[in-house]
Design a protein around this ligand. Structure first.
Ligand code: ZN
Ligand code: ZN
Length: 355
């Protein structure tokens, strides 16, 4: 079958013939209908994140935001049948550890990221396997568009889990979103749906316009202001700052700006992972965090059971991940799209829907 194959850090990937996966007893093999193309693919492709244990090896197949149809079922799988349409979280879990049992499968003790390690092939391929399928595969409601669901891939799901389950967003709260890439635009859209007043922060006119389309009430163009946190605070009552600030990018500057945009008692939602510049370390105004009782909260992906909440809000027309999808491409175009992410000009989420 055809798949996009990684050979070397920073070297343009190409489409190769690889062996079709066969399901292990706990697995299903899924025929890919659509798969989002993500900045995480770009990070891994160019060798970021070895400090968190991600180091791509030759022969790796990326692709962690898939939707597809079950094609074959391992002998121990009870809840899935050939023909079921499913999606999966990018961090596959075992379903049995203490975190899984607490409903926090996204931080499973034995988490296996889809499409970042050689023993879990990703979905930039005609077919891909899903381990612990009874636990990880989420059946889709009837009739949903595969591109919309691929669009909720990791970025929309990550923003949803963060804003809905990790921080307290109350209607009327002010929420700032620093960085309006795929995850940032998703956060803008979701915070708006939750009834918050949203301030989008970026350095691209196009991205800020897209943020306004998705529900941002105010924007801050970082090219036009000297002090970003102050410019964010200008939009809030008495310039007190925002109740929730999202760092959706993960560079030192957005992380610090995000924390400094908060009101007293505010919560910083850290969604962006850092780059090779920071290697995971950012200096922060700790004394202010202490004296203002601010919180710094990490959020990573989303456990499978929360998809139901997204599907129900989609069904009621309250959110639409499809709005963040910027374009659809074929498998042959995936390597180019991944490589082009170094200029940060991609708007929204590109999705591969032609295998
Ligand atoms: Zn677990
Ligand atoms: Zn992703």
């Amino acid at each position: 079958m055809r798949a996009v194959v990684f050979e070397e850090v920073g070297e343009l990937m190409d489409v190769q013939e690889i062996e079709r996966p066969a399901p292990a007893p706990d697995e299903v093999v899924v025929e890919t209908e659509a798969c989002g193309i993500c900045r995480s693919d770009w990070h891994a492709w160019q060798g970021d994140w070895d400090w968190v244990g991600v180091a791509p090896t030759p022969g790796l197949v990326f692709g962690h935001e898939p939707v597809g149809t079950v094609k074959s079922v391992g002998e121990d799988v009870d809840t899935l049948e050939v023909g079921d349409r499913i999606c999966v979280p990018f961090n596959l879990s075992d379903g049995t550890c203490r975190y899984c049992k607490q409903g926090r499968a996204n931080i499973c003790e034995r988490v296996v990221p889809l499409g970042f390690v050689p023993f879990q092939q990703g979905a930039f391929a005609e077919e891909f396997p899903v381990r612990n399928a009874d636990h990880n595969a989420v059946k889709l409601p009837e009739g949903v568009d595969p591109v919309d669901v691929a669009g909720l891939g990791c970025r929309f799901a990550t923003a949803f889990h963060g804003l809905v389950h990790r921080v307290d967003v109350t209607p009327g709260d002010w929420v700032a979103v620093h960085g309006c890439g795929g995850v940032g635009l998703s956060a803008v859209h979701i915070a708006d749906a939750l009834g918050a007043n949203v301030i989008a922060v970026d350095l691209s006119t196009d991205k800020l316009e897209k943020a306004e389309e998705l529900g941002a009430d105010a924007t801050v163009d970082v090219r036009e202001v000297d002090d970003v946190p102050l410019a964010v605070k200008e939009h809030t009552p008495n310039r007190r700052g925002v109740e929730v600030s999202v760092d959706a990018l993960g560079v030192a500057e957005t992380c610090r700006n995000s924390v400094k945009s908060l009101c007293k008692g505010g919560q910083n939602l850290q969604i962006g992972l850092t780059t090779s510049e920071e290697e995971g370390e950012v200096s922060l105004p700790v004394d202010t965090i202490v004296m203002d009782e601010r919180e710094f909260i990490g959020s990573f992906g989303m456990p499978p059971h929360e998809y139901e909440e997204i599907f129900s809000m989609m069904d009621q027309g309250k959110i639409d991940p499809g709005k963040i999808v910027s374009k659809t491409v074929s498998l042959d175009e995936v390597p180019e799209v991944v490589a082009s992410m170094d200029d940060y000009e991609t708007i929204g989420i590109p999705v591969c829907d032609d295998f």
